[in-house]
Design a protein around this ligand. Structure first.
Ligand code: G6P
Length: 607
C-alpha cells in the first residue's frame, strides 16, 4: 500500500526521495510523486504509473532543487489512479503539502464543509482535505495547526507535511498506519518502513499512535497532541542492506524463494536447545495453556493459508479444536470468543489493517493473543500479548514465500511446545520431531537444487487459461497457497479445491487439456486422492503431482515432482516450494511484473 518517504538535510533531497520511493515500490502502488521546498515555493512532480515515469520526468530527482521534501507511492483508494490524484497534495494556495497513507473516513463531510467555505478541490482523494484543512486553520504556527487538524480527522493515517512558510521542518504523524523516523548526521528522514532509509541510517524511532515528530536538519523532537515532549528510545535496525536488495537475482521473489533454508534455520535454531523447544516469548504458564478450550487463528492472504495448515496440525497434535479465520470476516461477525480461547494472529508486515483490528476485537473479548510477525516493532507485534518473530529478514516481493515458510516453522514450534505441555505428544515422538525439524532447511535446499523439472513443467503450462489445484487434509491447505501464488503473479485463473469436493461442482470445469496440480503427500489419504486424479484424468485433465519420494509409483499416474519424505507435520514446508517455483516460472515465462503484480500491495494498511 502507499509508501511515504521524506528528507530534510543539507544535500539535494530529490535523488534520495526517488531512491527511497524505489525501495518502497514493493508495497504496491499505481502512481508516485514528490514535493520539495526549493527555497521560495513548494514544487510538486507526480505521475500516474510506474516510478520510472517520475524518474524520467525529474532525471532521477537531479532536476529538483531543495534540501527538504516528501515523496509518496500511491495505491488508489479514493479516486482512480491518475496524475491529479497522486500525492503529494497541495493546499489551495500551494503553501502546504501532504503525503498520506491510510484512509480519512470522514473526508466527505470535511470536504463539504470546506467547499461551502469556498475552497476548491482539485482531486478525488481523501488526502486533499488534510492539506486544505491545514491551510484553512493556519494562523502562523504549523504544529498547532496540525494538532487542530488531527482533531478533525477520523480514520487511519501516516502523514508527512511540509510548508512554504517553514522551510526547515517536516512534520510527521502516525495513527494506525506505519511510519518511522530515521536519524542521520545533519539529516533526518521519514519513511513507511526501514528499507527506504537503510542506505542512509540504521538509527530510527518508531512512531506510535498520535505521536507527532518535528524534523529539522539537526534533530528530531517528538511530541503528543498536548504538545508534551515524548522521550523515546532509538532502535538500531539489524537488517543487512544487501538483504533488501536483489543481489544478482532477476527478481526479489526468486531470491526470497532461494533464501528459505536460511530463513527457516534462523527462525528455528535459536528456539531449540538440547532437543527442547524453548519459546520464552510465550508468557503463558503451563496451567494457563491447559485452560484453553479452543485456538482461534486470524490472518489475511497467505498468512491465513498458514492458519489453515495450522488448523490441521494443531487439531491432530494437540487434540484441541481450532478455527482459522479470515481477519476481515472475523472482525465483523460478532465472534464467539472469550478468555478460554487462545488467539494466534499471523502477519508478515504486522501492519495489515484487518488483522490488527481483528486482533483487538479478540483482545476486547478477553482472548490472549500470540502474534507471529516478521517486521520487528510493527503494530501487531507491539499490541499483541506475546510475539514470536519470524526471522525471515526483509521480504520485498509482494507474493510472499520466505515469510510463509517461517510462519509455518513457528507453527511447528508452537505445536511441539504446546504438545509437550498438554501431554498430547509423547517423549519419543517429540524428540524425533525436533530432530526432523532441525533437518528441514537441508530438505528445502534439496528441492531447490532440483528445480529444473518444475521449470520444465511451467514451460508446458504457462499458456493455460485455468489451472486447478487439488488436495486433501494438509495438502488441501497447501493447495490454497499454490493456487494463490500462481494467480497473483501470473494472472492465470486458478482455484484450489478440496479433492473430495470436486464432484460437487468444479469437475464440470475440467475439459480436454485442463491442467490440474494434485498434492499427493498426505500418507493416510493417498488412495483417496489417487481416485480423484483418475476422475479428472478421465475427463481430459492433464495432471501434475507433487508426491513424496517414498511413493515412486505416483509417477505412473501422472508427471510428478518428488519431494523428500519427512513426517506429515513438516511436509507442508517442502511441498510448498515446488508450488512457489511453479508460479514463479510460469509468471516469468509470461513476462509478468513478478515482484509488483498489478493491483496488489505488500502491506495492506487499509481494510
Ligand atoms: C498481502 C500480501 C500477501 C500477504 C497478505 C497479508 O495481500 O500480498 O502476501 O499474505 O497481504 O499480509 P501480512 O503482512 O499480514 O502477512
Amino acid at each position: 500500500m502507499c509508501g511515504i518517504v521524506g528528507y530534510i538535510g543539507y544535500e539535494q533531497a530529490g535523488p534520495f526521495l526517488l531512491d527511497g520511493l524505489e525501495k518502497l515500490e514493493y508495497r504496491g502502488y499505481d502512481s508516485a510523486g514528490v514535493c520539495l521546498n526549493n527555497g521560495s515555493e513548494l514544487v510538486v512532480k507526480k505521475a500516474k504509473g510506474k516510478l520510472e515515469v517520475l524518474k524520467k520526468m525529474t532525471e532521477n530527482g537531479s532536476t529538483l532543487s531543495g534540501t527538504v521534501g516528501i515523496g509518496h507511492t500511491r495505491w488508489a483508494t479514493h479516486g482512480e489512479p491518475s496524475d491529479v490524484n497522486a500525492h503529494p497534495h497541495l493546499s489551495e494556495s500551494g503553501r502546504f503539502a501532504v503525503v498520506h497513507n491510510g484512509i480519512i473516513e470522514n473526508y466527505q463531510q470535511l470536504k463539504e464543509y470546506l467547499t461551502a467555505k469556498g475552497i476548491e478541490f482539485r482531486s478525488m482523494t481523501d488526502t486533499e482535505v488534510i492539506a486544505q484543512l491545514i491551510e484553512y486553520y493556519y494562523k502562523g504556527n504549523l504544529i498547532d495547526t496540525v494538532i487542530k487538524v488531527l482533531g478533525k480527522l477520523e480514520g487511519s493515517y501516516a502523514l508527512g507535511v511540509i510548508s512554504k512558510e517553514n522551510p526547515d521542518e517536516i512534520i510527521a504523524v502516525r495513527k494506525e498506519s506505519p511510519l518511522i523516523i530515521g536519524l542521520g548526521e545533519n539529516e533526518n528522514f521519514i519513511a513507511s518502513d526501514v528499507t527506504a532509509i537503510l542506505s542512509k541510517t540504521r538509527t530510527i524511532y518508531r512512531l506510535e499512535n498520535n505521536e507527532i515528530a518535528i524534523l529539522n536538519r539537526d534533530g528530531v523532537k517528538i511530541i503528543n497532541t498536548d504538545k508534551d515532549e515524548v522521550i523515546k528510545q532509538t532502535e538500531t535496525v539489524e537488517w543487512d542492506v544487501s538483504a533488501a536488495e536483489k543481489g544478482g537475482y532477476e527478481h526479489f521473489m526468486f531470491k526470497e524463494i532461494m533464501e528459505q533454508p536460511k530463513a527457516i534455520r534462523d527462525t528455528i535454531s535459536p528456539r531449540i536447545n538440547n532437543g527442547r523447544v524453548i519459546l520464552d516469548e510465550i508468557k503463558l504458564t503451563p496451567e494457563e495453556i491447559k485452560q484453553f478450550n479452543r485456538i482461534n487463528i486470524i490472518a489475511c492472504g497467505s498468512a491465513y493459508h498458514v492458519g489453515v495448515v495450522a488448523k490441521y496440525i494443531f487439531e491432530k497434535m494437540l487434540r484441541i479444536p481450532v478455527e482459522a479465520d479470515l481477519a476481515s470476516e472475523f472482525r465483523y461477525r460478532d465472534p464467539i470468543i472469550n478468555d478460554k480461547v487462545l488467539t494466534i494472529v499471523i502477519s508478515q508486515s504486522g501492519e495489515t489493517a484487518d488483522t490488527k483490528e481483528a486482533m483487538k476485537e479478540a483482545q476486547r473479548r478477553g482472548s490472549h493473543v500470540i502474534s507471529i510477525v516478521n517486521v520487528v516493532g510493527s503494530a501487531i507485534a507491539i499490541e499483541s500479548d506475546d510475539v514470536i518473530y519470524t526471522w525471515a529478514g526483509p521480504e520485498t516481493s509482494v507474493a510472499t514465500t520466505k515469510a510463509y515458510s517461517t510462519q509455518l516453522a513457528v507453527i511447528y514450534l508452537i505445536a511441539l511446545y504446546f504438545g509437550d505441555i498438554l501431554g498430547t505428544i509423547v517423549s519419543d515422538e517429540y524428540s524425533a520431531l525436533v530432530e526432523k525439524l532441525e533437518q528441514l532447511p537441508d530438505k528445502v535446499t534439496e528441492i531447490l537444487d532440483n528445480k529444473e523439472k518444475i521449470q520444465y513443467l511451467a514451460s508446458k503450462y504457462f499458456n493455460s487459461k485455468d489451472i486447478f489445484f487439488i488436495g486433501r487434509n494438509i495438502d488441501y491447505a497447501l493447495s490454497l497457497e499454490g493456487s494463490l501464488k500462481l494467480k497473483e503473479i501470473s494472472y492465470i485463473h486458478s482455484e484450489a479445491y478440496a479433492a473430495g469436493e470436486l464432484k460437487h461442482g468444479t469437475i464440470s470445469l475440467i475439459e480436454q487439456g485442463t491442467p490440474v496440480i494434485a498434492l499427493v503427500t498426505h500418507e493416510e489419504l493417498i488412495g483417496k486422492i489417487v481416485s480423484n486424479i483418475e476422475e479428472v484424468k478421465t475427463r481430459g485433465a492433464e495432471v501434475m503431482c507433487i508426491a513424496c519420494d517414498d511413493h515412486p509409483e505416483i509417477a505412473n499416474i501422472a508427471q510428478t515432482v518428488f519431494i523428500p519424505k519427512v513426517c506429515d507435520m513438516l511436509l507442508p514446508s517442502l511441498a510448498v516450494v515446488p508450488l512457489q517455483l511453479f508460479a514463479y516460472y510460469v509468471a516469468s515465462l509470461k513476462g509478468c511484473d513478478i515482484d509488483k503484480p498489478r493491483n496488489l500491495a505488500k502491506s495492506v494498511t487499509v481494510e
